[in-house]
Design a protein around this ligand. Structure first.
Ligand code: GTR
Length: 435
C-alpha cells in the first residue's frame, strides 16, 4: 500500500518545495517527526576511541587502525563502497578575464571521466581572484540547480542533464531554462569569496548523478556497472557516495590547475550536499577543511537521537542516497555500528565546520552540535584543540554565536534551512588560518 508521508515545507538549495508528495510502500504509516527534546530516549553512542575488539585507543599512533575500522563500517552500513579513481581529462571551454565586475577570472572547464566504455562530463565553473599573483586556496562545493544559477551572465552554460523541477519557469520537463540564471546567487557570494583571496569551484550535482532513483544506471554509477557487481549488493554505493566521488575527481583536477593551490581546498555543501561534503572529507584526506551546512540526518546529526528526520524516513523518501544495508536500521538506530559523530571524527585532525539553523528542526541542530562534541576527543587525541577551550562546551551555543576557536567550528544561525551570507562569513573567517 502506498501512503502519503506528511512533512513540513522545507527548502532545497534555497527554494521552497513541498515534501508531502512522497509515497511509501514500506513505511506503512504517516511519519510524525519528534521535535520534543524531552521525548528523546536515552541512547549510547559507539565510542570512536574504542576499537572493535574493545581496546581503547589512547595513542595517536593507533588512530589510523581505528580510523580504518570506522571508515569501513560507514562504507558497509551507510554510504556504500566507491570505486578507485579514474583519470580526469580537462578541457577549458570558456575563459572570462573580467568576470564579477572585474574581480574574478571565470572559467568553464569540462572534466571527462571514462570507464567501462562509457564517459561522463562534469562542467566545472571556476572563479579565481583577478589580481592573484600566486595559486590561491579554494572552496569547492556542488550546486543544486546548475552553474548558471550562480550569476545572471547569459554566457554561463545551462546544464544539459536532468534537473529537479522548480516553479517559476526555471525548469521545463526537468531541463534548466534561462529563467534560472542568477537565482541562487545569494547562496554563492562569489564577490565576497574572491575579495578575500579564495577561488570558488562548483559543479552541478546532477552532472555527477541525477538525484532520482533509477536503479543506478545513469550518472557516475553507469560508468561502474560491471565493477559494482564485484561489491556485495547491500554495500554498493548510493548517490551520496557518487557525488562525493565526483568531488574527489574535481579535486584531482584542481590539484593540476595553475591558478589554484590544490593542497588548500575546502569542500563545502548544503543539506544533502552537506552530507556529501562530510563523506567526501571523510574518504578523501586531501580536503583540508570540510564544511557541513544544515546537513542533518545522514550528515552531521546523530541518528540515535531520532529527532526530526530519522533513518527510516530518509531511506523511504530517498532510497537511492545510501546503500541497501542502511535500510536495516530503519527504526533500529541503536543497532547501527556507527553514529554520525564518527563521521566527523574521520576528518580529524583536519578542520571541520558544522552549521545549523534555528528553524531547521528537521535537521536536528542539537544533534549536529552533539556530533561535534563527541568527535572532539579524537581531535584532542591527535593534538588539536577540537571545539576549543580546555574542555569542549557541551551546551548548544545561543543563535548567531559561533564556536570557532578550535579545529572544529560550529554555529546555530537564526533562520531557515539555507546557505546564507552569514554562513559564508563564518566559513571565510574560520578558513583564515585553517585553509
Ligand atoms: C530533504 C531531506 C534532507 C535534506 C534536504 C535537502 O528533503 O529530508 O535530508 O537533505 O532534503 O537536501 O535539501
Amino acid at each position: 500500500m502506498h501512503r502519503l508521508l506528511t512533512n513540513p515545507l522545507r527548502t532545497c538549495g534555497g527554494v521552497l518545495f513541498c515534501m508531502t508528495t512522497i509515497h511509501s510502500a514500506t513505511w506503512g504509516q504517516q511519519f510524525t517527526p519528534n521535535y520534543d527534546e524531552a521525548a528523546v530516549a536515552a541512547y549510547k553512542l559507539p565510542d570512536p576511541l574504542v576499537n572493535q575488539t574493545g581496546l581503547s585507543v589512547t595513542d595517536p599512533a593507533d588512530w589510523q587502525q581505528r580510523r580504518g575500522e570506522i571508515l569501513g563500517l560507514f562504507q558497509e552500513h551507510v554510504y556504500g563502497v566507491a570505486p578507485d579513481p579514474v583519470p580526469v581529462h580537462a578541457t577549458v571551454v570558456s575563459t572570462n578575464n573580467d568576470a564579477v565586475d572585474g574581480k574574478a577570472i571565470r572559467r568553464e572547464i569540462d572534466l571527462t571521466l571514462e570507464n567501462e566504455g562509457k564517459s561522463l562530463t562534469l562542467s566545472l565553473l571556476l572563479y579565481t581572484p583577478a589580481g592573484a599573483t600566486q595559486p590561491v586556496p579554494c572552496f569547492l562545493g556542488l550546486n543544486f540547480h546548475g552553474n548558471h544559477t550562480l550569476e545572471t551572465d547569459p554566457s554561463i552554460r545551462l546544464p544539459n542533464t536532468w534537473v529537479r523541477s522548480q516553479p517559476g519557469g526555471i525548469t521545463e520537463d526537468h531541463r534548466a531554462t534561462d529563467a534560472g540564471r542568477g537565482t541562487r546567487s545569494k547562496s554563492w557570494p562569489v564577490d565576497l569569496i574572491v575579495d578575500q583571496g579564495y577561488a570558488l569551484a562548483t559543479v552541478y550535482y546532477g552532472d555527477i548523478d541525477p538525484d532520482f532513483d533509477d536503479g543506478f544506471e545513469n550518472g557516475i554509477h553507469g560508468l561502474f556497472q560491471h565493477w559494482a557487481k564485484s561489491i556485495e549488493l547491500n554495500q554498493r554505493w548510493g548517490s551520496i557516495a557518487g557525488w562525493a566521488y565526483g568531488l574527489s575527481r574535481v579535486l584531482d583536477y584542481l590539484q593540476t590547475d595553475p591558478l589554484v593551490d590544490g593542497q588548500r581546498v575546502a569542500v563545502v555543501g548544503h543539506s544533502r550536499l552537506g552530507k556529501t561534503a562530510l563523506w567526501a572529507g571523510a574518504t578523501d584526506p586531501r580536503f583540508k577543511l570540510v564544511i557541513s551546512n544544515n546537513s542533518g540526518s545522514g550528515g552531521a546529526a546523530l541518528s540515535r537521537r531520532v529527532f526530526g528526520e530519522t533513518v527510516g524516513r530518509i531511506n523511504t523518501s530517498f532510497p537511492h542516497w545510501f546503500n541497501q544495508q542502511f535500510k536495516r536500521y530503519n527504526k533500529q538506530e541503536g543497532d547501527l555500528p556507527v553514529d554520525q559523530h564518527q563521521l566527523i571524527a574521520l576528518i580529524a585532525p583536519r578542520a571541520v565546520y558544522v552549521a545549523s539553523a534555528t528553524e531547521d528542526r528537521w535537521a536536528d541542530p542539537r544533534g549536529e552540535f552533539l556530533a561535534c562534541v563527541h568527535a572532539d576527543p579524537v581531535y584532542r587525541l591527535l593534538g588539536t584543540n577540537g571545539l576549543g577551550g580546555a574542555v569542549p562546551p557541551n551546551e548548544l551555543p545561543p543563535p548567531d554565536r559561533p564556536i570557532a576557536q578550535g579545529t572544529i567550528g560550529y554555529h546555530l544561525r537564526t533562520g531557515p534551512h539555507a546557505l546564507t551570507q552569514f554562513d559564508w562569513l563564518q566559513y571565510l573567517r574560520f578558513a583564515q588560518d585553517r585553509l
